[in-house]
Design a binder for this molecule. Structure first.
Ligand SMILES: C[S@@+](CC[C@H](N)C(=O)[O-])C[C@H]1O[C@@H](n2cnc3c(N)ncnc32)[C@H](O)[C@@H]1O
Length: 245
């Protein structure tokens, strides 16, 4: 573990949990899918996106008050809390576990935030994507669910003409999105332990992503796709994810 990670896990993480709990908030502690009775063939567990990395990432996007975002597999709402610091007019989330979704709902009630809603249900069945132009995932579920979500996003893109930007942290099902025929891999952010892939239904030239400065653009000729395959081959699912035997 490098020095920064050590400081985070030994100092920042436990202090943040204590400070949150003092305010009646619960954003950080992980929960496995089994612990809340979820079917591990359709869901990975809860772990929050790394806040500093998410801030670095979102700072690179040209977010305006015309933009809206949904965190698919929002858990306790940790990433949504960070997204609310930006000018999105709406920051919503969908979460399968009612136990976890209720924690998120209570968190935002305590923070008195009114720009966000948390829906409870299976992302695979969720069909109301027309209101959003940014979609965020942090390694929430396996390919079987990602296929259903992408089908619904494709339908939404046909119904309401707009650019849809997908941001995917730890993109274990990138192949499902790349095979969609609608959303193409436009760029990658690399960080030890958690790469992020970014997709759009517009060409890079016609996308707001063309002004992202830290994003490594993906073109047919670039080697970055090969690097991504290598990263994913060596990717080890973290401890909050139950192993299927
Ligand atoms: C890795 S956590 C990410 C949490 C949050 N997005 C963040 O970044 O802070 C993934 C979350 O997705 C939820 N999830 C898993 N399968 C799901 C499904 N099929 N539909 C909706 N949510 C799901 C899990 O319960 C978990 O809370």
């Amino acid at each position: 573990m490098d020095y920064k990670a050590l400081v985070y896990w030994k100092l920042v993480y436990p202090i943040t949990i204590k400070m949150d709990s003092y305010q009646g908030l619960d954003f950080l502690p992980k929960i496995t899918a089994k612990a809340v009775g979820l079917d591990i063939k359709r869901s990975f567990g809860y772990s929050p996106s790394h806040k500093r990395f998410l801030i670095e990432l979102l700072n690179d996007f040209s977010i305006t008050s015309n933009d809206t975002i949904i965190d698919v597999g929002c858990g306790k709402g940790s990433a949504m809390r960070t997204m609310l610091k930006y000018t999105f007019s709406k920051v919503d989330g969908i979460e399968l576990s009612s136990i976890i979704a209720n924690i998120a709902i209570q968190n935002f009630k305590r923070l008195k935030v009114n720009r966000c809603s948390v829906f409870t249900g299976d992302a695979g069945q969720f069909k109301i994507y027309n209101d959003y132009n940014y979609v965020y995932f942090f390694n929430p579920f396996p390919a079987v669910v990602m296929k259903e979500v992408i089908e619904n996003l494709k339908k939404s893109a046909q119904l309401v003409d707009r650019e849809i930007i997908i941001i995917y942290m730890s993109p274990t099902c990138t192949d499902v999105i790349e095979k969609s025929g609608v959303f193409e891999l436009r760029g990658i952010y690399k960080r030890t332990g958690a790469w992020v892939t970014v997709y759009s239904n517009r060409s890079l030239k016609n996308s707001t992503l063309s002004s992202n400065k830290k994003m490594i653009p993906c073109t047919e000729s670039s080697d970055i796709k090969k690097e991504l395959q290598l990263y994913l081959q060596n990717f080890i699912q973290p401890d909050y994810i139950d192993r299927i035997k």
